[in-house]
Design a protein around this ligand. Structure first.
Ligand SMILES: C[S@@+](CC[C@H](N)C(=O)[O-])C[C@H]1O[C@@H](n2cnc3c(N)ncnc32)[C@H](O)[C@@H]1O
Length: 324
């Protein structure tokens, strides 16, 4: 989705060093290596990405490195390799089709598998969250990360069901959710939003995205490009807020508390964003209907502390006292 458009923003050139922060099956990296005699440092926290990188490394010796780590650490990981700055960073956020298609990974409510949803190795699984979190916390996850109207009803049903026996499979959870929500035939599957929410929580997807934008800001050389493809509105809001804040489009402060320092833009925004998929792309892949591309060009000003409004968009609200 939006690959051509995203790669065009990078203005790839021979001798340049670029980060593909979401290697997946290597589609972006392959196109980058083909487009210019450049170096690509790729990231994926899914160990399954290695199998896709091997043939590309053989085809383009010395031009591709794959790092199995979260992309929020891209600045420190790239510097540990040698380069102190890069000419472009691209993120293609979301789950890969391999992750969705493999029933054992537990991402899909359409196939039965263990309720896992972890992109990388380690950390709590979706089953751990579903069986251990409080009812209020589960409701928050479904409400904020899934924009699910029936968040409380679903959380209540989960807590009741797990008292009898733990919920361990995708089918069990999908059926439980389907039993709580009345849907019309034209609606999306009733578990769609809750599965998205759990996936976001399990992988801290929004926190990772917000941190990655700041890591890219620290890593990019002046005139380097940050290009981000997102899959749904929660992600796009984070990217949009980041670029607005960092390009000086939002003025902090108020009449009563004016900003004391002039904003120092670390990005320049050229052109009109976001870009959405073409009609042809949407026909081929209707799941991409909310996909959006945004890009910014790094200025030479120094990166400052993380923007608090961006970080706040990525987190669940603090638990209210006495509610849990
Ligand atoms: C939509 S896919 C990318 C597909 C890729 N552009 C391609 O052409 O094949 C997103 C990938 O990012 C990886 N990913 C997601 N969050 C990550 C994170 N925080 N750190 C590193 N990799 C991550 C996922 O494991 C997945 O393989």
């Amino acid at each position: 989705v939006l690959r051509e458009e995203a790669l065009a923003t990078l203005r790839l050139r021979a001798g340049g060093v670029y980060v593909d922060a979401t290697f997946g099956a290597g589609g972006y990296t392959r196109a980058m290596l083909q487009a210019a005699d450049c170096r690509v440092i790729a990231f994926d926290r899914d160990p399954g990405a290695r199998a896709f990188a091997a043939p590309l490394m053989a085809q383009y010796p010395d031009r591709l490195t794959l790092i199995e780590a979260p992309f929020s650490r891209m600045d420190t990981e790239v510097r540990a390799l040698g380069p102190s700055m890069v000419d472009g960073v691209v993120l293609d956020i979301g789950v890969s089709s391999m992750q969705l298609d493999e029933a054992e990974r537990g991402f899909s409510f359409r196939q039965d598998g263990p309720l896992d949803m972890r992109m990388g190795a380690g950390g709590p699984s979706a089953a751990d969250l579903v069986n251990r979190e409080s009812e209020a916390r589960l409701a928050d996850i479904f409400y904020y990360f899934g924009e699910e109207r029936f968040a409380r009803v679903i959380a209540r049903a989960i807590v009741t069901a797990r008292q009898a026996s733990p919920i361990t499979t995708t089918r069990q959870l999908a059926d439980l959710i389907a039993g709580c929500i009345r849907v019309r035939p034209q609606d999306i599957h009733p578990a769609t939003r809750s599965f998205q929410a759990l996936r976001i929580a399990v992988n801290d997807e929004l926190g990772e995205l917000a941190s990655a934008l700041h890591a890219a800001e620290r890593l990019l050389a002046p005139d380097g490009v940050l290009s981000v493809v997102t899959f749904h509105s929660l992600e796009d809001r984070i990217v949009k807020t980041f670029f607005n804040a960092r390009s000086g489009r939002t003025q902090g402060g108020s009449r009563h508390q004016p900003v004391l320092v002039e904003p120092k833009p670390t990005f320049r925004i050229d052109g009109k964003w976001p870009i959405s998929p073409s009609h042809a792309e949407l026909v081929a892949n209707p799941r991409a209907r909310s996909a959006k591309l945004r890009a910014g060009i790094r200025t030479s000003l120094e990166a400052t502390a993380a923007d608090t409004s961006v970080m706040a968009l990525a987190a669940l609200p603090e638990p209210k006292r006495g509610r849990r």
